[in-house]
Design a protein around this ligand. Structure first.
Ligand code: SF4
Ligand code: SF4
Ligand code: SF4
Length: 166
């Protein structure tokens, strides 16, 4: 089944424990800058969890010159680390520039949904924040709304709640 991580910006407190857990799951160390989920907070107090949305058309996949990207059973983009040459084409092709090159890693990082039990969701639930939730993948373009520039998204949420921005 294709799953998806629903992000509720109003519940995110910006603790960044999801980044820690993601790096622990994938790299077996605490290394938030290698996390597949990133928290952006251009307006203090309005953090935005940001990660791959599993676009219906997956524009990153055909952009890869070495066929390093594919779609897994969960709907996640799977990176073949042996094939990735860190050319950055997938970053350019992604409407939200989600794939990241992390110094020290030999392939781009993209959320792989942890095979169906995302570490970020588990820890966010465990902490009682419930800003992230696993749901069935929504249909249509709605998912791309979450690819808005996360820094701007932080400002939009702040504005909606009446915070005056300079
Ligand atoms: S663990 Fe949850 S509340 Fe904390 S930063 Fe991540 S998404 Fe936000
Ligand atoms: S950075 Fe890696 S995964 Fe992305 S397009 Fe280049 S080879 Fe493919
Ligand atoms: S959000 Fe970016 S990385 Fe994820 S499927 Fe869409 S194009 Fe690919």
């Amino acid at each position: 089944m294709k799953i998806w991580i629903l992000r509720d910006y109003s519940r995110c407190v910006g603790c960044r424990i999801c980044e820690i857990e993601c790096s622990r799951r994938h790299e077996a160390i605490i290394w938030p800058s290698a996390s597949r989920i990133r928290i952006h907070e251009s307006v203090f107090g309005f953090p935005i969890p940001y990660l791959c949305v599993q676009c219906d058309d997956y524009p990153c996949i055909p952009s890869c010159p070495t066929s390093a990207l594919s779609v897994g059973e969960t709907g996640a983009v799977v990176v073949d680390e042996e094939r990735c040459v860190l050319c950055g084409s997938c970053i350019e092709a992604c409407p939200g520039r989600v794939p990241r090159i992390v110094e020290g890693l030999k392939a781009v990082v993209i959320c792989d949904l942890c095979g169906g039990s995302p570490a970020c969701v588990e820890v966010c639930e465990l902490m009682g924040f419930n800003a992230l939730r696993v749901v069935r993948k929504p249909e249509g373009e709605v998912v791309k709304n979450y690819l808005n520039n996360p820094l701007r998204a932080s400002e939009e949420v702040a504005r909606k709640l009446g915070v005056a921005l300079r």
